[in-house]
Design a binder for this molecule. Structure first.
Ligand code: GAF
Length: 391
């Protein structure tokens, strides 16, 4: 959507002009899945699909929010002095959670605001539409009221919103990627220390293709929290024989030596994924830095297999996308991205093969799975900030 259209959407809804427009990206994770709550590494970049927020401060203490994506839901209104989770408040629960935790840090906000949002991330596609909205809210509130809140604090409050307000025990991957990203780079983040390196991800001869299985992911309702609990249980057993704080502290050798203390096969496989994926992520980032793209692709494929066989978070549709992608000409690697249980896969494909790739994978998918997949070419983006006209 154009900036002008969004300003008009705001005016139509609220009857007056807006003051500012903000943009918050979505993300893809290149590798390092289900490692962020295990003290491991992740390697995401932000993408140009994201959430726009058009805003004007109000005189009173209420927030009036409208989404151009869900006009049928209508305008949702709440008071910044009463920020409890309410199912009927729909998508604005993410906004409420952020405001609640910001106020806990900085004191009550002087005013509310009118907010019109429009998102280009398909919902439930594992491209972080929730983190995008959380960070959008955080940056809007911070900038409107000139609060002294560094971006990293907003990232942490975004995760808190997810964990405490929405009840998903996620790690920091999504909020960090959305909040801290730099166009042209992926971030190798150590979720234990929050130290990170920016690694250039410009691939002149290739495109990163996002393949949407169009099978909606419902993380809160899914087994995400169970996976985390299983990793914690496996860690507890390992801690009886090795001195580690998280699965991310274990080398492959140490894991192989001590894995027999994990009594349950399922728990052992969950831990094995976390340990191997963490090591793989480090190695993959090194491969990319050294321009060994083929090696990077092999790590992507291994990552997908591990998420399928050991972690069991892929589904038939995402397995089909990744595994069919592996067979195509000009493909460096492919894997699911994000939490799993549906959502998207990514593939790195030679420029000249992109069209044929989409035709082949898309055609086969329709036949095998029964509905159309969608394909997008990923472009990297900066983290959440005010959107100025020349961008
Ligand atoms: C979801 C979660 F929100 C992230 O924290 C991360 O665990 C991811 O799944 C899996 O890597 O996106």
């Amino acid at each position: 959507m154009e900036r002008k259209q969004m300003m008009e959407g705001f005016k139509e809804q609220f009857g007056h002009e807006a003051d500012h427009v903000f943009f918050s990206p979505g993300r893809i994770n290149l590798i390092g899945e289900h490692t962020d709550y295990n003290g491991g590494k992740v390697f995401p970049c932000a993408i140009t699909m994201g959430t726009y927020g058009v805003v004007k401060m109000r005189e009173d203490k209420s927030v009036h929010a409208f989404s151009g994506n869900f006009p049928e839901v209508g305008e949702i209104t709440f008071d910044i002095q009463d920020l409890s989770f309410k199912k009927e408040d729909n998508w604005t629960n993410y906004v409420k959670g952020m405001i609640k935790y910001i106020q806990e840090e900085t004191g009550e906000l002087p005013h509310g605001f009118d907010l019109y949002i429009y998102g280009t991330i398909p919902n439930g596609a594992s491209l972080s539409s929730s983190a995008s909205l959380e960070l959008l809210t955080g940056v809007i509130v911070r900038d409107l009221y000139q609060l002294d809140l560094p971006q990293l604090d907003l990232v942490k409050l975004g995760m808190r919103t997810e964990n405490e307000f929405l009840g998903l025990n996620s790690g920091i991957l999504d909020q960090f990627a959305v909040g801290m990203a730099k166009k042209g780079y992926a971030m190798l983040l150590d979720t234990n220390t929050l130290e990170y390196q920016q690694v250039p991800v410009e691939l002149p001869d290739h495109k990163i293709i996002i393949m949407n299985s169009m099978t909606r992911r419902e993380l809160v309702d899914s087994e995400y929290n169970t996976r985390r609990a299983q990793c914690e249980a496996a860690l507890e057993q390992l801690q009886e024989v090795v001195d580690v704080k998280s699965l991310g502290d274990l080398s492959i050798e140490a894991f192989e030596t001590h894995k027999h203390v994990i009594t349950d096969d399922v728990l052992r496989r969950r831990a094995r994924h976390a340990v191997y994926e963490n090591v793989r992520t480090d190695r993959a980032a090194e491969a990319l830095k050294a321009a060994h793209l083929d090696q990077f692709g092999k790590y992507m494929n291994e990552s997908h297999k591990s998420l399928d066989e050991d972690y069991e978070v892929t589904i038939r549709a995402t397995d089909y996308l990744a595994r069919t992608a592996w067979e195509q000409t000009g493909v460096v690697g492919a894997r699911m991205t994000g939490g799993g249980f549906g959502g998207c896969c990514i593939a790195i494909v030679e420029n000249g093969e992109v069209e044929r790739f989409i035709e082949n994978v898309g055609g086969g998918f329709k036949e095998e799975i029964g509905h159309e997949a969608e394909f997008y070419i990923a472009e990297t983006a900066d983290g959440t900030k005010e959107w100025v006209d020349n961008e």
